[in-house]
Ligand binder design. Structure first.
Ligand code: SAM
Length: 231
């Protein structure tokens, strides 16, 4: 069983997700106590995909984050570098064009998507800035970015309880359900080390996106960051 370290070596990250692929969606639902469904609906509203628009769902994994865009009539391309996650996705949704690709060197043309979104993926990419620049490159001028990622709870007392949950309760729960429990130790550690809302908005702006901003979900457990590509 493989787990990645906080230096996020791509071969370790991909192998870790290969290991969790079989029970990924079930484990997510359990560990987030069903909150992930609410967060996903908020992503779909923020992306506001229209029929016929081309949407890149980067780090799409098994395609759970891609499905609502297809349901809205958009042409969604789920892209990920874990072949294990892609295989589970393709079996479940053979109609979606699952594509193998690395977020830091995307296999797509410049200006080829109306919107690019990434859910619970950016934190795992070895080079955040490179991924944000690649997402900008493949988005058309005027197109939009939506990043959904774990963030920093706003209220200090809740933050303390939440970090306790992440570091102490989550790994034992994961041991009972996940196909690779060590991956969930990485999950807790990587959330704790991830930039807060303002820092991530800064990175998005530095990568060249206009008007970076965010909205907190579940008190800041998750944040939705947005940006647009300048004309
Ligand atoms: C937590 S899963 C999220 C899957 C899906 N977006 C969701 O919301 O359920 C994170 C995904 O990021 C992918 N990933 C991490 N680094 C990547 C990279 N450099 N390029 C492409 N995918 C990457 C992993 O393979 C994994 O499938």
């Amino acid at each position: 069983m493989t787990r990645a370290e906080l230096d996020k070596q791509p071969h370790e990250v991909a192998a870790m997700f290969d290991d969790v692929a079989a029970r990924y969606d079930l484990t997510n639902d359990l560990l987030s106590m069903g909150q992930d469904r609410r967060w996903r609906k908020a992503v779909v509203r923020a992306v506001d995909a229209r029929p016929g628009q081309r949407i890149l769902d980067l780090a799409a994994g098994t395609g759970t984050s891609s499905e609502p865009f297809a349901a809205a009539g958009a042409d969604v391309v789920p892209c990920d570098f874990s072949l294990g996650m892609l295989a589970v996705g393709k079996e479940r949704r053979p109609d979606l064009p699952f594509t193998a690709g690395d977020a830091t060197a995307l296999p797509f043309a410049d200006n080829s998507f109306d919107a690019v979104t990434i859910s619970f993926g950016l934190r795992n990419v070895v080079d955040t800035a490179a991924a944000l620049r690649e997402m900008l490159r493949v988005t058309r001028p005027g197109g939009r970015l939506v990043v959904c990622e774990f963030s920093r709870p706003v209220l200090a007392p809740f933050r303390v309880v939440y970090v306790e949950y992440l570091m102490k309760a989550l790994p034992p729960i994961a041991r009972t359900v996940a196909s690779n429990p060590d991956a969930y130790v990485y999950l807790a550690e990587s959330i704790r080390a991830w930039p807060d809302q303002a820092e991530l908005a800064g990175l998005i702006g530095e990568a060249g996106w206009a008007s970076p901003g965010w909205r907190n979900l579940s008190g800041g457990i998750v944040a939705l960051h947005r940006g647009t590509k300048r004309f």
